[in-house]
Design a binder for this molecule. Structure first.
Ligand SMILES: Cc1cc2nc3c(=O)[nH]c(=O)nc-3n(C[C@H](O)[C@H](O)[C@H](O)COP(=O)(O)OP(=O)(O)OC[C@H]3O[C@@H](n4cnc5c(N)ncnc54)[C@H](O)[C@@H]3O)c2cc1C
Length: 406
């Protein structure tokens, strides 16, 4: 059968892209390797995503934001970064009075909203439990063969099949990959004291710890540790884990209680060297898979699908072929510009702030102290939670160093 576009992957990027093409008349086929039950009722996976104002705007336009239960959206008013045992913090205050730095939503709520928004779209067909075996492209069309042997053709194939995208590889696109040899352990905790909507990022020796405000007296926890420490930490009893966490956080939020399962993710960052090939392109993590510390992942995923959809809708409106190289090249140029500096900048910050050698410790103390160095560092991290519809200037991002902390 022939479609206008075949999307590989019904994750939050692939489904958001389908939403962006709602009402266009373009016929879409989504191929998803997991069973429908898994996609239609996604379970909590430990990931509470920090989203920017721009992402909220995009999700509103796609009709996704209104599908997230109000109680499941929290916000970040301020963020503080601590290095080791130093009492000095790098603070990110709200850019405008009353305006939060960003929003927190669980990944499973986003995926649920995406599924619900796509399921009744007339121009979308979804095949669940099907994996792509091969992708071929010619001047006029692309052809996708499934593991079961069925074949589908289209004018364009869009890969949204994760940072380890098999279709990207099949189309001969290589990627920069950086294996941090660390894993992120994520979970939810309840605590005695109010968090006041402050997000904390602590670079401790041997691990990093992020505490992100959720509703009431709950926070989301992200611990990054070397891969060989994961089993030991997951093996702690819930009480021992929570008590260790409260100690490491110097009891700023009082006693803690683990209230979810602990999930873990290996940390590998990926940036595709190209975002397109003949009648093929990548979006979401398949284009750029970020280290979570600067929380750009899905924010960039939403941006990638919006950029591509905008170019496709423009071509379609003028009755032009939607899979031509000039459209895909344009997409690549825009998205490369938006992602490449962030990707390399984030990786450099992570390497510096997780390296426990003496020179690295000294350097990062210097980075935190030396005001001439702080604006770019602060700007990078500020992107994490506070990306604005208008980009904040570096001058406005001048930090305040406060000391001491309680
Ligand atoms: C610990 C952690 C914390 C994070 N925190 C943040 C944050 O604070 N803010 C933020 O913006 N982002 C964050 N992220 C990143 C965010 O979760 C990802 O960017 C986002 O989930 C990627 O969505 P995606 O649709 O591109 O890929 P995925 O969610 O990986 O979905 C890919 C889909 O493709 C399917 N698939 C794969 N291969 C095939 C195939 N061959 N055929 C068919 N289907 C296939 C998969 O089954 C899946 O459904 C975090 C990530 C982690 C791990």
């Amino acid at each position: 059968m022939h479609y206008d576009i075949i999307i590989v992957g019904a994750g939050p990027a692939g489904l958001a892209f389908a939403c962006s093409l709602k009402g266009s008349g373009l016929q879409l086929l989504i191929i998803e390797k997991q069973a429908q039950e898994y996609i239609q009722t996604p379970e909590y996976d430990g990931r509470d995503l920090a989203l920017t104002h721009l992402s909220r705007k995009t999700m509103r336009e796609l009709g996704l934001w209104k599908r997230i239960p109000g109680k499941s959206i929290s916000f970040v008013r301020e963020a503080r970064v601590l290095d080791g045992t130093s009492a000095m913090s790098l603070d990110f205050d709200p850019p405008k009075e009353g305006r939060p730095l960003g929003f927190m939503i669980s990944n499973h709520h986003i995926r649920q909203a995406c599924y619900d928004a796509v399921k009744d779209l007339e121009n979308v067909t979804v095949l669940y439990g099907q994996s792509v075996k091969d992708v071929l492209a010619s001047d006029t069309q692309a052809e996708v063969t499934l593991e079961g042997g069925d074949r589908y053709t289209s004018r364009l194939v869009v890969a949204a099949d994760s940072r380890f995208s098999e279709t990207r590889r099949k189309m001969g696109i290589s990627a920069d990959m950086f294996d941090f040899a660390h894993s992120a352990i994520v979970c939810r905790v309840e605590h005695q004291q109010a968090h006041n909507n402050i997000a904390w990022e602590m670079f401790q020796y041997g691990r990093t710890l992020a505490i992100l405000p959720q509703h009431d007296r709950q926070s989301s926890v992200v611990i990054t540790v070397p891969g060989n420490r994961v089993d030991e930490i997951l093996g702690l009893s819930p009480d021992a884990f929570a008590s260790d966490l409260a100690d490491r956080f110097s009891h700023r939020l009082g006693e803690m209680k683990l209230i979810s399962e602990r999930h873990h993710y290996p940390l590998v960052a990926v940036h595709a060297k190209r975002f397109y090939a003949q009648r093929f392109c990548t979006i979401g993590d398949a284009a750029v898979g970020m280290h979570p510390v600067t929380a750009h992942g899905y924010n960039l995923g939403l941006r990638s699908q919006a950029t591509l959809a905008h170019l496709i809708l423009g071509a379609h409106k003028h009755r032009r072929d939607i899979g031509t190289v000039d459209i895909l090249r344009r997409y690549e140029t825009i998205h490369m510009r938006a992602t490449r500096p962030l990707y390399h900048g984030t990786n450099a910050i992570v390497r510096l702030f997780t390296d426990d050698s003496l020179p690295a410790r000294a350097l990062r103390k210097g980075v935190l102290r030396a005001s001439r160095m702080i604006p770019p560092v602060k700007w990078m991290i500020q992107q994490k939670l506070g990306e604005m519809e208008e980009r904040p200037s570096l001058l406005k991002a001048l930090p305040t160093l406060r000391k001491p902390l309680s």
